[in-house]
Design a protein around this ligand. Structure first.
Ligand code: AMP
Ligand code: MN
Ligand code: MN
Ligand code: MN
Length: 284
């Protein structure tokens, strides 16, 4: 599925953003405010991909908008002891409900475990405050971080991640997350496309990334986020080659969580490189 530059259907310059978050997970904007921002930033296609929930998407899916809104979710999975995120796009929302409910249940059990570890460490109640912060959204590690900072237990979100919540620390609980194959299966059975989220964020060696991609491809993964915020041109070139090697379609993904991070803005991401098919060409 490689598009040539002379192909008139190659709309790789389309202003699409297929990865962002709202208050339904760890984003800071309501879904409505996110939609307004998408209009202001001249988006042509948007997917809201909250962590393990589609509530944000469902709440705005019938809103009138001058762009195409496709269904989205970012599933948490584990692979060889690492947390790997799989984005699902353009699925039938009714057909993914039980998968999402499963993930929400895992998230609740995981939050209880993280909270009890923190309560033991700091010898004080934590969970109620974190639940209040998350409101109606799912509880995520950034909610824990924000609460710990608010209570003066760590001096910054960065410190809370570095000392307790980050990779390999006691608050990085991955045990309940499904295998990659399960998440891909949920997405594809619901008629959607399974995309490997932010491959540059896992800090994998090329060899290990190759092993991850072999497995992702083998279980039916189709897409790869190669147009992402702040990626080095050499890495982007390498990812272009990987998309061609594995015949992955390319996705464009800011992973926007809210205003205030000047380096990350909704829809402000490089275009899909020549030689890679944009995922939206396959959308319904
Ligand atoms: P969770 O899905 O509950 O495991 O939370 C993961 C989210 O935490 C990611 O999607 C990021 O938004 C955020 N995150 C991960 N690592 C860091 C970090 N070091 N500092 C701030 N936020 C982070
Ligand atoms: Mn997040
Ligand atoms: Mn992610
Ligand atoms: Mn994300």
């Amino acid at each position: 599925m490689i598009a040539s530059e002379s192909d008139p259907s190659n709309d790789r310059m389309t202003n699409a953003d297929l990865h962002c978050h709202t208050l339904a997970s760890d984003g800071t904007l309501t879904p409505e405010k996110l939609m307004e921002r998408a209009i202001a930033n001249n988006l042509e296609i948007l997917a809201i991909t909250d962590h393990d929930t589609i509530d944000g998407y469902l709440s705005v899916k019938d809103m009138a908008a001058p762009f195409k809104l496709v269904s989205g979710v970012e599933f948490s999975t584990q692979w060889r002891g690492m947390g790997i995120h799989i984005v699902g796009l353009d699925f039938q929302a009714e057909e993914i409900t039980s998968a999402v409910q499963h993930q929400i249940d895992v998230r609740v059990q995981r939050s209880e475990k993280i909270a009890s570890r923190l309560e033991k460490k700091f010898k004080r109640p934590i969970y109620e405050g974190v639940k209040q912060l998350a409101g109606n959204g799912v509880i995520t590690r950034p909610h824990f971080a924000e609460y710990l900072v608010q209570e003066g237990l760590y001096s910054s979100v960065a410190e809370a991640f570095k000392k307790f919540l980050g990779t390999g620390k006691p608050g990085d609980v991955k045990s309940g997350w499904p295998e990659i194959a399960q998440a891909v299966d949920w997405i594809t059975k619901a008629g959607g496309f399974a995309v490997l989220a932010h491959p540059h964020k896992y800090k994998l060696t090329n060899r290990k990334l190759g092993m991850l991609l072999d497995e992702f491809k083998a279980v039916g993964g189709q897409g790869f986020e190669l147009s992402v915020t702040g990626i080095n041109p050499n890495v982007r070139h390498y990812y272009t080659e990987l998309c061609q090697k594995y015949d992955f379609i390319g996705s464009r993904a800011s992973d926007f969580h809210g205003p205030g991070h000047h380096w990350c803005e909704l829809g402000k991401v490089p275009p899909i490189p020549a030689g890679v098919t944009p995922i939206w060409q396959a959308f319904k």
